[in-house]
Design a protein around this ligand. Structure first.
Ligand SMILES: [Zn+2]
Length: 252
């Protein structure tokens, strides 16, 4: 299962159906498309409704702060009750380029956490240089609906604290690079019960398509690297990561 794929992006307009049938043929049966801003929600919803393999989430992403308004938060509150939304996301905090708008980001994130709690939905979290800030907001809200920390790059202690809030950790293309020693070591030490696979296509290309467009079928490259890094069998890893993903999005 690909727990994070921006399959609505125009990068896939020319061959979306083909990519989906290729992925399906290789055994990829579920993909989750997160929403990143108000204007793409309709597309995300329509795509997911048209294909049984596709599931969708709706949210306001911290990298597009200028696109979001107060009205969009009110819209989100209504949209998530309409079904069949699997999560609120992609939401979070991104301090990669500084904390100039920290307050605005935290306010938006906090509001979306509350929307998820009111709708009884999990969340998909984008986090760069903000794990402690995110954990604090989750604790302050007494949040326990779970979800996925996308492209997890925290440490083992933070992983345990995320688990207490019901979170799985997204593992993607980063682990296919041999030079990524820190993240590879961390992923080898995580509990298998906490790992879910993702591509983040069209971004986060694994080494097998480095510098090119990433597509859902590359989930199998990420899976192969995970198998190399872990002691469990390939079968066990495939089964457990799929179970984890189905469980967190309540698809089982
Ligand atoms: Zn994303």
């Amino acid at each position: 299962m690909d727990t994070h794929c921006h399959f609505d992006f125009s990068d896939f307009d020319s061959d979306r159906d083909q990519l989906l049938s290729d992925a399906k043929q290789k055994g990829l049966l579920h993909l989750v498309i997160p929403g990143v801003k108000r204007e793409n929600w309709r597309r995300v919803r329509e795509l997911a409704i048209a294909h049984e393999e596709l599931h969708f989430a709706l949210g306001l992403h911290p990298m597009f702060m200028d696109a979001h308004t107060e009205q969009h938060l009110r819209d989100l509150e209504i949209e998530v009750t309409k079904g069949p939304v699997v999560a609120v996301g992609e939401i979070g905090l991104d301090f990669q380029f500084g904390r100039d708008n920290q307050h605005e980001q935290e306010r938006l994130f906090n509001s979306q956490i509350q929307i998820a709690m009111n709708a009884n939905l999990p969340v998909i979290i984008h986090c760069r240089k903000a794990h402690e800030d995110i954990l604090k907001i989750l604790s302050d809200n007494n949040y326990h609906n779970g979800g996925v920390i996308h492209a997890y790059n925290g440490d083992l202690n933070q992983a345990k604290r995320y688990a207490a809030h019901g979170f799985k950790l997204g593992v993607g293309g980063a682990i296919t690079y041999e030079r990524a020693t820190k993240i590879r070591k961390m992923v080898s030490e995580l509990s298998l019960e906490q790992i879910v696979l993702e591509t983040d296509a069209p971004d986060m290309s694994p080494v097998t398509c480095q510098g090119k467009r990433n597509t859902p079928v590359h989930i199998f490259d990420n899976f192969s690297s995970l198998v190399e890094l872990r002691e469990e069998s390939a079968e066990q890893i495939a089964q457990q990561t799929t179970t984890n993903a189905l469980e967190v999005f309540r698809l089982s």
